[in-house]
Each structure stands twice: as structure tokens, then as C-alpha cells.
Design a protein around this ligand. Structure first.
Ligand code: ADP
Ligand code: MG
Length: 575
């Protein structure tokens, strides 16, 4: 791999530092990895987007007058965490509400939603829209839906102009949803993509083949086919998009976007094809964008985005914009800086946060789980997840993006450290400390889900000194219900829930039994549930993009959930 890198681990931080130096008109919060406009927030709806890094100039390059107010940068191809997004919301709040622009990936959606909830609790009005324009992926209620790709750029421009005009949060959101309804995209890869931390191409693409319908993280597309000429490739992209939405007799804004390693001469050549092909279908291209706007690190390839335009959209498209990645027109008139933004009310402190237990280390009765045992559970889980890190990531490589082991091992080790530092003295506080540690250190889909599990688990137990089987069952059920409602998933969809739900059911069936019997049955249920995911077709998360092709592989989240349950079993029963 030949790349301009000092250390793969600091690529995002060093690039952000470079942006800060190159663009004094921006303010980079290096701690939270958020790019803001310099100066005070203005009295307008704040527009925030973000996601994994590696798609530059998206999103940080689109911060500035006429476009975004803040952009949140995750690790390369990994969604940012809720506290990062929350920092962006707080730092750009002009008192008129905030709209989050989320690309449709489970990890992004969950992490941004959690941030919106945190901000809501403080009295900040936050709404969000989810961009899902990639026609390469079947749109189905049985999957995570379509990926968000190129349309995000056009949306940020158009909606940015509306916010700059002083439109209200509800009208800005309505406009964003109109753009989402009227735009479609599809991409094609000529080469694979190499992540700095991995050092070799993410997927194998022979010199003679191309991936039609590729995703911006190198996700598989519609088909792999031998190389074709530009006219044939453009025809397939135009055909796929116009077959999905009828653009006939409509003026359109068109983007031909480079994926990072395609020369501009080829992009213009493609634009020449695209405009003529669209004209043959009765689509009149009235505005365009040709260049690198939403990239996939060093992938060679391009994507095509077509957006149906009306008068309102065209007016906003033509409005001036001044950002590092897109500049047009002079003198963007921004709203006045906010003189004083009222400090939002603090989130309520829950009752059990202040409870101090007099007797922390209870004597073990043999049929209950003590605070110390819950701490041992976390430590054992962290050890086992670390030992199985590579195995879990291999499972994720087969049907996802190969980060699950690293994600969850890192998160659980942070949770253990936080517990050691905070030394919480109630089950509620243990759950909260561990849950928030996971939420703020894991990212991806599993961070908010496991984080929610532990938050709810602890909350449910309340003020007791020891957990009996009935309380454990109730706490487990509360945690599982939290995961279900956050991820909108159920049993049988090939996720961590295929372990967590059977375990909750088992514990409930054992409420009158001994703790040891309940946990050995729970362990068994966890292993069975995990193994049953092999034959399932994924319907949630990243793996759902693979459809039938996800069958035959164990779900990585189910495997890590089984390790968690096994670790609890170990604390009570031993090996
Ligand atoms: P990402 O998919 O964002 O890379 P991870 O690799 O850390 O995140 O986690 C993937 C795991 O998350 C999956 O194996 C699955 O068990 C779980 N998962 C994904 N989406 C959902 C969901 N909607 N509900 C429950 N679990 C989910
Ligand atoms: Mg993953």
C-alpha cells in the first residue's frame, strides 16, 4: 500500500488538523471530531450531517454559508458516536432547531437518533431525515433499506440554502424529504478500495471486471461484469435509475461523481454520455455537478445521481454557497449571529443516580447476583471479547464490514475502565456507566444497541442489594426490549436478538428455580440461538444488503451476545 500516512490510527485526526489549518473560516473541535463554521451560531435552523470518514469532501468540506453548520467525522467508514453528534448539535445551536441529515446505514441512524434523544432531553428541538437513494439495493421492508449515497450532496446544498433563507425547521425538513423522494443514484467501481488501517483492498476485483452498483464503502452492488466501454456503463446506470423513478418530461439536476481515483477527464466523458442518454428518455438536464464530491477513499469509479427539479429546488440550488468543497456565487447573506442562546434546561437526574448504598459488598447468599459479581461479569466479558476479537471480525468480514470484534472488544474494555474509575454503588449506575461507555466508544450498529441493553438492564433492577432470578429475568427483558425498539428488529432476523430474546425467555421460565439452573439454561439458550443464525437470512443491519447471500454465516452480533451471556454464566457457575 502506498499512501500518505504517518500512522493508520491517526489518519482522521491528522486530516482534521490539516483542514483546520487550511480553512480558517472553519472551526475544528478536535476532541469531538466536529467541523463547525467559525464564529457564533447564527439564528437559523442548524443543519448537521456526518458519518464515517473517507468520503471527502463529504461532509466536512460542505460546512459553510449556504450549506452545513457542522459535520461529524467518524473513523474511516465507521459511524460517529452519539456524544460526537451531540457535541455538534450543542455547538451549532442557534435556537431555531436542528435538522440531522443521516445516510441510511444502521450504525449512522442509531447513533444520530441517540444524539437527537440526548439533545431533546435538554430542550433542543432536533429532527432528522434519512437519505436512501441507492437503487442498486432492493428497497424492501425486510431489509435495512437502501443505502444513502450521492443524493446527500445535492440535498445538503438545497436544504442548506433553505435554512440560510431563514425557513423554519418543519419546512426545511419537509423540503429535505421532497428531495429524498425525487432523487436516485447508482455507482460503479473499476477498482476496489483500500482502508488505511487494513492496508489491502477491501474486496477483490479482478483487473478485467467491474462492480456495477457498488456502495460507497465497497459494498457489493447488483452484479459483477467484465469491463465495458463508457457508453455501455453509462447506459446501465441511466437505465437502472430511470427504471426506478420516472423522470420523463422533468427538468433534472445531475451529478457525475468521482469515487476518489478517477480523473476528471473520464468524469466529463461520462457526463457527455449521461446527458445524451437522459435526453433520449425525455429528461432535460438543467443543472449539473461533475467532480469528486462523495468519494470512497481511493476507489476508481463513479456514481450518477439524478434529481427531479422544480422551481423551488432550482432557486435553492442556484443560491450562493461558500464551502471548501463547493463554492458558487458571491456574498452569501447569512442570518445575524445569535447574541444570546438561552441555556437549555439540564436533563433530569434520575432518582437512582443519587442513591448511595450503605452495604456495598453483601455476603453472597448463593441465589443472588451482587454488585461485585456484575463487575466480574463485565471483566470476564471484556477478556473473552478481546480473546475472540479476530474471530468476531472474521464473522463480520463475511457478511458485514469486518469491524465487529474490534468495536465490541474496545467498547467493553472502555466499560471496564470506566467502572473501575467510577466505582458505582448501585445496579442502575453500573448499567449506566457500562452502557454509556459502550455508546460513546463503539460506534457502528452494535454500540448503541449494546449500550441501550446495559442502560435498561441497570434501570430495571432499581434499589436492591442483590439480583434474584426473577429480577434478573425482568432486567434482561427490559434490556432486550430496549434493543428491539432501538434497532426495530425481532427474532429470526439474524442479529444479536436471536441470542438475547431466547435468553430472556429462558430466564423468565426459571424464575422459581435456583440461580445456577437458570444460568446454565440461559447459557445453553445463548449457544443454540447463536448457532441458529447460521441458517437465517439477514433482515437488519449491514448484512441485510446481501439478502440470500447472508445465509450460511453466523451473525457476528449473535456470537458476541453469546459470549456476554456465557461470561455471566461463568461468574455464577465457573467454566
Ligand atoms: P456495523 O454493522 O455498523 O459495522 P457492528 O459490526 O459492530 O456494526 O455490529 C454488527 C452487528 O449488529 C450485527 O451482527 C447484528 O447482530 C447487530 N445488528 C445490526 N443491526 C441490528 C438491529 N437493527 N437490531 C439488532 N441488532 C442489529
Ligand atoms: Mg461491522
Amino acid at each position: 500500500m502506498k499512501k500518505f500516512i504517518n500512522d493508520p490510527a491517526t489518519v482522521v485526526d491528522e486530516a482534521l488538523a490539516g483542514m483546520a489549518l487550511a480553512h480558517p473560516e472553519l472551526r475544528v473541535d478536535k476532541e469531538s471530531r466536529v467541523i463547525f463554521r467559525a464564529g457564533q451560531p447564527t439564528e437559523k435552523v442548524a443543519l448537521i450531517s456526518g458519518g464515517g470518514s473517507g468520503h471527502e469532501p463529504l461532509h466536512g468540506g460542505f460546512v459553510g454559508p449556504g450549506m452545513l453548520d457542522a459535520a461529524v467525522a467518524g473513523e474511516v467508514f465507521t459511524s460517529p458516536t452519539p456524544d460526537q453528534v451531540y457535541a455538534a448539535i450543542k455547538g451549532s445551536n442557534g435556537g431555531k432547531g436542528t435538522l440531522l441529515i443521516i445516510k441510511n446505514y444502521t450504525g449512522d441512524v442509531l447513533n444520530f437518533q441517540m444524539a437527537a434523544e440526548l439533545a431533546h432531553a435538554e430542550g433542543i428541538e432536533v429532527e432528522y431525515v434519512v437519505v436512501n437513494d441507492d437503487v442498486a439495493v432492493e428497497d424492501s421492508s425486510f431489509t435495512a433499506g437502501r443505502r444513502g449515497v450521492g443524493l446527500t450532496v445535492l440535498l445538503e446544498k438545497i436544504v442548506g440554502a433553505a435554512a440560510e433563507e431563514g425557513q423554519t425547521l418543519s419546512s426545511v425538513k419537509e423540503l429535505a424529504n421532497k428531495v429524498i423522494a425525487q432523487g436516485r443514484s447508482m455507482g460503479v467501481a473499476l477498482t476496489s478500495v483500500t482502508l488505511p488501517a487494513v492496508g489491502k483492498p477491501s474486496f477483490d476485483l479482478p483487473e478485467t471486471d467491474i462492480e456495477m452498483g457498488v456502495g460507497i464503502h465497497g459494498e457489493p452492488g447488483r452484479r459483477r461484469t467484465p469491463m465495458m466501454n463508457a457508453h455501455e456503463i453509462a447506459s446501465e446506470l441511466v437505465e437502472a435509475i430511470t427504471a426506478d423513478l420516472d423522470f420523463t418530461d422533468s427538468p433534472a439536476i445531475v451529478m457525475v461523481n468521482g469515487m476518489g481515483a478517477t480523473p476528471l477527464i473520464e468524469l466529463y466523458l461520462m457526463y457527455n454520455e449521461v446527458e445524451q442518454l437522459l435526453a433520449q428518455r425525455g429528461v432535460k438536464v438543467v443543472r449539473n455537478l461533475v467532480g469528486n464530491y462523495i468519494t470512497s477513499i481511493d476507489m476508481a469509479g463513479c456514481s450518477l445521481t439524478v434529481l427531479k427539479a422544480d422551481e423551488e429546488i432550482l432557486r435553492l440550488w442556484d443560491a450562493p454557497v461558500a464551502t471548501p468543497g463547493l463554492t458558487r456565487g458571491g456574498g452569501v447573506v447569512s442570518q445575524q449571529p445569535v447574541s444570546h442562546v438561552a441555556e437549555p434546561a439540564q436533563a433530569k437526574v434520575t432518582a437512582n443516580e443519587t442513591v448511595v448504598h450503605a452495604h456495598r459488598q453483601r455476603e453472597e447468599t448463593g441465589n443472588g447476583i451482587t454488585l461485585a459479581m456484575v463487575r466480574q461479569w463485565m471483566e470476564r466479558a471484556a477478556k473473552k471479547l478481546e480473546e475472540n476479537k479476530e474471530y468476531l471480525s472474521e464473522l463480520d468480514a463475511a457478511i458485514g464490514d469486518a469491524d465487529h470484534g474490534a468495536n465490541i472488544a474496545r467498547g467493553m474494555s472502555v466499560a471496564v475502565d470506566k467502572l473501575a474509575a467510577a466505582d458505582p454503588d448501585s445496579f442502575g449506575d453500573i448499567g449506566k456507566t457500562a452502557g454509556m461507555a459502550l455508546v460513546s466508544s463503539v460506534g457502528g450498529a452494535s454500540g448503541p444497541l449494546y449500550g441501550t441493553f446495559f442502560l435498561r438492564f441497570g434501570q430495571e433492577i432499581g434499589d436492591v442489594d442483590e439480583i434474584d432470578v426473577a429480577t434478573l429475568a425482568a432486567a434482561f427483558r427490559a434490556g432486550v426490549d430496549g434493543v428491539r425498539s432501538r434497532g426495530k428488529a425481532e427474532a429470526g432476523e439474524k442479529t444479536m436478538l436471536d441470542v438475547l430474546i431466547p435468553v430472556a425467555n429462558t430466564l423468565e421460565a426459571y424464575t422459581d428455580a435456583q440461580l445456577s439452573d437458570a444460568l446454565s439454561a440461559a447459557r445453553q439458550a445463548a449457544f443454540t440461538g447463536r448457532d441458529q443464525t447460521v441458517d437465517m437470512v439477514a433482515q437488519k443491519g449491514r448484512a441485510s444488503y446481501l439478502g440470500e447471500r447472508s445465509r450460511g454465516h453466523m451473525d457476528p452480533g449473535a456470537a458476541s451476545a453469546a459470549l456476554l451471556v456465557d461470561a455471566l454464566g461463568f461468574v455464577v457457575l465457573g467454566e
